[in-house]
Write a protein that binds this ligand. Structure first.
Ligand code: PRT
Ligand code: ZN
Length: 212
């Protein structure tokens, strides 16, 4: 019998909650710290543990059939995948922030400024919609340090509690969008896999309702 291949984050903010969701769906999964792939003993599913950034590509290419990841990664990667539903965890916002002592005058503040981010596509779309000319400095991590080392005037990054901004002497001035964990699927699933997915979705629905 076919197995539905699901990609989840290997280690990071969404890992535990993704596994917990599957387990609450009654799906038995055993995972060691080095496991990259495992089969459930009681549901036709195979779990692949991957970096969240790679999940959209793998789902587009049918290496995985479905995946759990932050909506922000789907927007940024722009791969051909279908969003099935929001999952109610991993909530955050994507915001612009500047040094706390700067006088913020509205979004035109960012005109002709340098902004550091790991999400250049989402930021450039926001700038285009608002007729802003911003020099986007793409960096892969520790974005919050960019203004204090003179790399950029501001940053565009994920915020949840705001404490990282605070610790780095920054203030959030614009919330561009909000994101949470979502379930995505490949655009071409076999009939058999679609049936397994429907069964899984039915259980996810029940788990999420019971949490509310
Ligand atoms: O290794 P891999 O590539 O898989 O992991 P990663 O380091 O890229 O991702 P990870 O685990 O940090 O985040 C996975 C997903 O969790 C993100 O894509 C978001 O959808 C979601 N998420 C929710 C967050 C946060 N909250 C969050 N707070 N992702 C990152 N952060 C970081 C943020 O970048 C910033 O540095 O936490 C810091 C801010 O947090 P606060 O609480 O201080 O505001
Ligand atoms: Zn990542």
């Amino acid at each position: 019998m076919d197995k539905l291949k699901i990609a989840i984050q290997k280690s990071g903010r969404l890992s535990e909650k993704s596994l917990e969701l599957l387990r609450e769906c009654g799906i038995k999964i055993s995972k060691g710290s080095q496991t990259l792939k495992t089969n459930s003993s009681n549901f036709p599913i195979e779990v692949l543990f991957l970096r969240d950034d790679d999940i959209p590509q793998y789902v587009e290419q049918n290496v995985a059939d479905i995946g759990i990841l932050g909506e922000n990664e789907v927007w940024e990667k722009n791969r051909k995948v279908e969003t099935i539903r929001k999952l109610g965890f991993g909530n955050c916002r994507l915001s612009l922030a500047i040094p706390k002592d700067e006088n913020y005058t509205g979004i035109s503040y960012f005109n002709n400024k340098k902004v550091a981010t790991s999400y250049p596509k989402i930021l450039s779309e926001f700038c285009a919609e608002n007729n802003l000319y911003v020099e986007i400095e793409e960096i892969s991590g520790s974005v919050e340090i960019a203004p204090s080392i003179g790399l950029a005037h501001g940053i565009f990054d994920i915020v949840s509690t705001g404490s990282t901004l605070l610790m780095n002497g920054l203030k959030e001035v614009e919330t561009v969008t909000k994101s949470e964990a979502i379930l995505i699927k490949s655009e071409n699933l076999s009939h058999e896999k679609q049936k397994i997915l429907e069964k899984l979705l039915f259980r996810i629905q029940a788990v999420i309702y019971s949490r509310e």
